[in-house]
Write a protein that binds this ligand. Structure first.
Ligand code: TYD
Ligand code: MG
Length: 460
């Protein structure tokens, strides 16, 4: 019998400690340490540094390494290919994370169904083979290249994969898999690390790409994919409102492409549909402008798109005014309201302010500031901003409007979608804008909040 000992792991970051601590010294989170039993013996506890990718164990001169043909496999899904940086790289380990019910299993089944030419091994530890069949029937597509394997023991899975040598392997999910090497139960930090390490070794040695699914829970009660982020090559995260139909897939880490790419999907009765033009879903065209609504020309990753910002300002019913924001940082909203109060004299201190970003999107582009304050002012005065106007600008603490990155691309996207006016900072450079765009959209430059109010609400 191998000797065992108890160690404590942080559920958030995987930090290991010989004793329990209230606060993890590595990530600073409270109450995240859990006890696990590990074996002390040779090869029992592999660390990431011990996994040797590739067959060669000798040092090689950098100049002699061949990097010309990095093979990429197209997944017949333009959005997924794009956020992977142009297709799935051979031998890569891709983690798809997200809350339960968001659509991870649906997407990872849709990929092989879209690519019947790829021999796929789909390992499911969560659902029975029959359940997967029912889901496949719902999604439609060609299931000729897809093998379903209902198994949770990693040793069996790796053996079967080595025998079959598929073109692609999907493992749903990391939390249900376990290895005999490790004593603790499935879903524990050691099991998750071991599962990922085994899959990484398999992917690097055989060149077969592996898609691994991992759950994130709000409370973090199951050891989450956070621990895996440094092991895997690519981390894609599903976001969005479970109740809504739109799902956002964000690239958080990508060793073979750019990060902060964003892909938008719509959950339909037949699986996930690619939304290639997100602006169309985020900006519903109102016939008449509504008060409290302003459109922001924002940038997520490398992609410009337009999103509707909605605000409601009402008289505070209780002593303390409420400030609530969905999809936007509430501290930033408070700061913008303070700027409006101090620099432009609006008495918002006695008002409740609610803010919402359309489509369940979480926004962290500072260029949305201008649309946020315009929406707040519009609701406060009950004055509708015409629906063909959009905004892109950051607000500084002294009320000045600051230029934002890639203003030209935002203007081009707004013009393409038929907007007639865009408000930007006076200090923006407009060099990259083609003649034909500047003819179809009027660029209004504003320097500070008072001048924005003058141009926006003139005549009222
Ligand atoms: P699922 O992929 O099972 O989520 P996860 O693996 O991330 O836990 O997707 C779950 C939700 O998607 C479920 O509530 C049902 C819904 N759904 C559809 O609306 N249409 C479909 O075609 C499919 C397959 C699922
Ligand atoms: Mg699932």
């Amino acid at each position: 019998m191998a000797k065992t000992k108890s160690v404590w792991f942080c559920k958030e970051c995987g930090n290991e400690s010989p004793k329990w601590m209230g606060r993890c010294p590595a990530c600073g989170e409270w109450n995240t340490m859990v006890e696990e039993t590990v074996s002390i013996g040779k090869n029992q506890h592999l660390h990431v540094s011990e996994i040797v990718p590739g067959a060669s164990h000798k040092p090689v001169p950098l100049k002699d390494i061949d990097s010309t043909h990095e093979q990429r496999i197209s997944l017949n899904n333009a959005e997924v290919d794009r956020i992977l940086g142009g297709g799935l790289v051979e031998g890569s380990l891709v983690l798809i994370g997200g809350e339960p019910g968001i659509g991870k299993s649906t997407l990872s089944l849709q990929i092989p169904l879209n690519c019947p030419q790829l021999k796929t091994l789909y390992v499911t530890g969560e659902e029975s083979a029959r359940q997967v069949k029912l889901r496949a029937a719902r999604i439609g597509g060609d299931d000729s290249g897809c093998m379903i394997y209902s198994e949770t023991l990693m040793e069996n899975i790796i053996a079967e994969a080595r025998r079959m040598m598929p073109d692609l392997m999907v493992v749903d999910s990391v939390q249900t898999m376990f290895s005999q090497n490790v004593e603790s139960s499935p879903g524990s930090v050691t099991q998750i690390k071991e599962t990922a390490a085994m899959l990484l070794r398999f992917a690097k040695e055989t060149g077969i790409p592996v898609i691994l699914i991992g759950h994130i829970t709000k409370e973090g009660s199951i050891a989450g994919p956070k621990i895996l982020e440094h092991i895997v090559d690519v981390v894609l995260q599903f976001e969005g409102d479970n109740r809504g139909t739109y799902r956002l897939l964000r690239s958080i880490k990508n060793r073979f492409g750019s990060t902060s790419e964003l892909a938008v999907f719509e959950m339909t009765g037949k699986g996930l549909r690619e939304v290639s033009n997100p602006s169309e879903m985020l900006v519903p065209m109102h016939e008449e402008g509504l008060s409290g609504v302003a459109v922001s020309a924002m940038l997520d990753g490398t992609r410009p798109f337009l999103i509707e910002v909605q605000s409601l300002v009402s008289t505070a019913a209780y002593g303390t005014p409420q400030r609530s924001a969905t999809g936007f940082d509430v501290r930033r909203l408070n700061m913008l309201l303070a700027v409006l109060e101090k620099r432009a004299g609006f008495k918002l201190g006695v008002k409740d302010v609610f803010l919402n970003m359309a489509g369940g999107l979480k926004v962290n582009d500072p260029a949305c500031d201008l649309a946020v304050i315009s929406a707040v002012l519009s609701s406060n005065f009950d004055f509708a901003i015409p629906s063909d106007i959009c905004f892109a600008g950051e607000i500084g603490l002294s009320g000045e409007i600051r230029p934002v990155a890639q203003t030209d691309r935002r203007i081009i996207e707004a013009a393409r979608l038929g907007f007639k006016k865009i408000f930007v900072s006076s200090y923006s450079s407009l060099e990259g804008i083609p003649q034909q765009t500047s003819g179809s959209i009027e660029v209004i430059k504003v320097a500070d909040v008072p001048s924005l109010c003058r141009s926006l609400f003139k005549g009222n």
